[in-house]
Write a protein that binds this ligand. Structure first.
Ligand code: GLC
Length: 561
């Protein structure tokens, strides 16, 4: 597919996501903090990334670990102060690293002053900042189920009224139909942009428009409720809000915007990321959610094969390319660890599996994202009791699964496999006490394992570590072959064995083949003559070994493979 070569700084970025609560606890209170990020900037520089995306650090009661904001202009005391954030921006900038932050504007915390005033006084102008509706026959206004379980409506104490929450009841939805609310949000966004942040990852943004009939639909679960996604995700009319948002904020700055945009079909990508799109990039979750039906409840598991995964991945890639620019990722703070999810043979859930996944996704057409710990090859934990979990979505999926009739053991297996806590455990910096996360205080969430042999310090100094592999990938993409690996034409190779994922990047400079065997069986593949740029196995001849990945600069005399 031929695309016009249009450069942009964010296309050339490699973005590293930091979950601040679990990155580095500099003051030994059990919770990671902004100063911890500042202290670890040299580590990030050594890795080679160019942008950090920091998950929410705003003041918050932490019902959803900061995705429930009580004050957009304040830093949660656990994380530090606004001065620390200013210093993070400045120090990162000196090191050539930009700071992107999370923008959560579908909802606030119920502890936000707007909501407190809305609750306290039905006549307050802030009541219309949220979505309040009268009860119907003593029951909630309709049968919408929230993303985190149960009715999406919460009763207002002492009134025959309910308020809407797409997510948790401590995350009341903002009423985007209200122009005054929108203006307030835009002012807040511009305040942050003026501070010098590089841009935003925009949380749950496809939920801001609700069908104004607020009608019930036939139930889709034994709780008599229906997923709110049918009435409040990427609904008609959202374009008006998203265009206005862009015009009044992002467009005026040299910033980057990455929308979390679940529920957007591939043929609508143009609207979101086309030349006149709302954002620079969006995340596509079709491949990440390959193991659960429609990315929905975790007990609705899907069996999937590599061929299906490959087709899903490539369909997203091609949709991105048709519309604009893409994002490539295999992990984030809402997903389990990729090594546990995507490498089915446990014997290869090791450095080999981790590097196979790494090269498989990293060289696709789009900006690559790395989630903290992915660069070490971290895996899921295995916990035995629901009391060991913090994540509200894990707690909800647990009770929903039991209610749907699954046994306690089956349910625990679903939760272990999918829990968002898997990615949120404290980062293992060293083999020392508490894995070097802090000076020994009990961390807010238990470690993935008490064996800290997998740690950053060990990997930095080992030439064949997962960390070193990521370093090499970044250097190949950004330093050695930017014309090809960033801007080159992307061609999926479909005529390969079912368990292989292969694609080619091509520019006037070079033709580079990326090929990965995502199975534990050797796979036939006719390797072209060329220079091996990267490999996770000493074998350089066909067949490809289990979970082998190769990046080959194809010699000019080879015809199209
Ligand atoms: C997004 C976030 C997730 C959060 C939810 C509600 O999906 O990534 O962590 O729970 O929005 O804000």
């Amino acid at each position: 597919m031929n695309i016009p070569r249009q450069s942009a700084w964010w296309k050339e970025s490699v973005i590293y996501q930091i979950y601040p609560k679990s990155f580095y606890d500099s003051n030994n209170d059990g919770v990671g903090d902004i100063r911890g990020i500042i202290e670890k900037l040299p580590y990030l520089k050594t890795l080679g990334i160019t942008v950090i995306w920091v998950s929410p650090f705003y003041r918050s009661p932490m019902a959803d670990n900061g995705y429930d904001i009580a004050d957009y202009f304040a830093v949660n005391p656990d994380f530090g102060s606004m001065q620390d954030v200013d210093e993070l921006i400045a120090r990162s900038g000196e090191m050539g690293i930009q700071v992107m932050i999370d923008l959560v504007v579908n909802h606030t915390s119920d502890e936000h002053a707007w909501f407190q005033q809305a609750l306290a006084d039905p006549e307050s102008p802030y009541r219309d900042y949220y979505i309040f509706k009268p009860e119907v026959n003593g029951a909630p206004p309709n049968n919408w189920r929230s993303i985190f379980g149960g009715s999406a409506w919460e009763k207002v104490p002492g009134e025959a009224m309910y308020y809407l929450h797409v997510f948790h009841k401590k995350q009341p939805d903002l009423n985007w139909e209200n122009p005054a609310l929108r203006e307030n949000i835009y002012a807040m966004i511009n305040w942050w942009l003026n501070k010098g942040i590089a841009g935003f990852r925009i949380d749950a943004i496809t939920f801001i428009k609700k069908d104004q009939d607020f009608g019930s639909l036939p139930a889709d679960g034994i709780d008599g409720l229906v997923s709110i996604k049918n009435k409040a995700r990427n609904r008609p009319g959202i374009e008006i809000f998203l265009n206005e948002l862009k015009e009044k904020t992002f467009r005026k700055y040299h910033c980057v915007t990455v929308g979390e945009a679940p529920g957007v079909p591939l043929d609508e990508y143009e609207r979101f990321i086309g030349p006149e799109g709302y954002f620079d990039m969006i995340f596509d979750f079709h491949a990440a959610d390959i193991d659960v039906e429609n990315g929905s409840e975790w007990f609705r598991q899907c069996d999937w094969g590599v061929k299906e995964f490959r087709e899903t991945l490539f369909a997203s890639q091609l949709a991105f390319i048709r519309a604009g620019w893409g994002t490539s990722f295999i992990e984030n703070h809402d997903q389990p660890r990729a090594l546990s999810k995507l490498v089915k043979d446990v014997n290869y859930q090791n450095d080999t599996g981790a590097t196979a996944l790494a090269a498989m996704y990293f060289f696709m057409h789009g900006t690559p994202f790395i989630y903290q710990g992915q660069e070490l090859g971290m895996k899921n934990f295995s916990r035995s009791d629901i009391s060991e979990f913090d994540d509200i979505s894990s707690l909800d999926n647990y009770s929903r699964s039991l209610a749907e009739g699954f046994s306690a053991d089956e349910t625990m297996a679903f939760i272990n496999r999918r829990s968002r806590d898997n990615a949120r455990t404290p980062f293992p910096w060293s083999n020392g006490s508490n894995g070097g996360f802090n000076q020994g205080a009990k961390p807010w969430l238990a470690f993935t394992s008490d064996d800290f042999s997998l740690n950053a310090q060990e990997q930095i100094s080992r030439e064949n570590s997962v960390f070193s592999f990521y370093q090499r990938m970044i250097a190949l993409r950004n330093v050695a072959f930017p014309e090809t690996l960033i801007y080159g034409q992307f061609t999926p190779l479909n005529n390969v064995a079912d368990d292989i994922i292969a694609y080619e990047r091509c520019s006037a400079d070079a033709r580079i083949l990326c090929i990965t065997n995502l199975s534990s069986k050797a796979q036939p593949f006719a390797l072209p003559d060329g220079e091996i740029l990267l490999s996770n196995n000493d074998n350089m001849t066909s067949p490809l070994q289990p979970y082998q990945t190769l990046l080959i600069k194809v010699h000019a005399k080879n015809e199209q493979i």
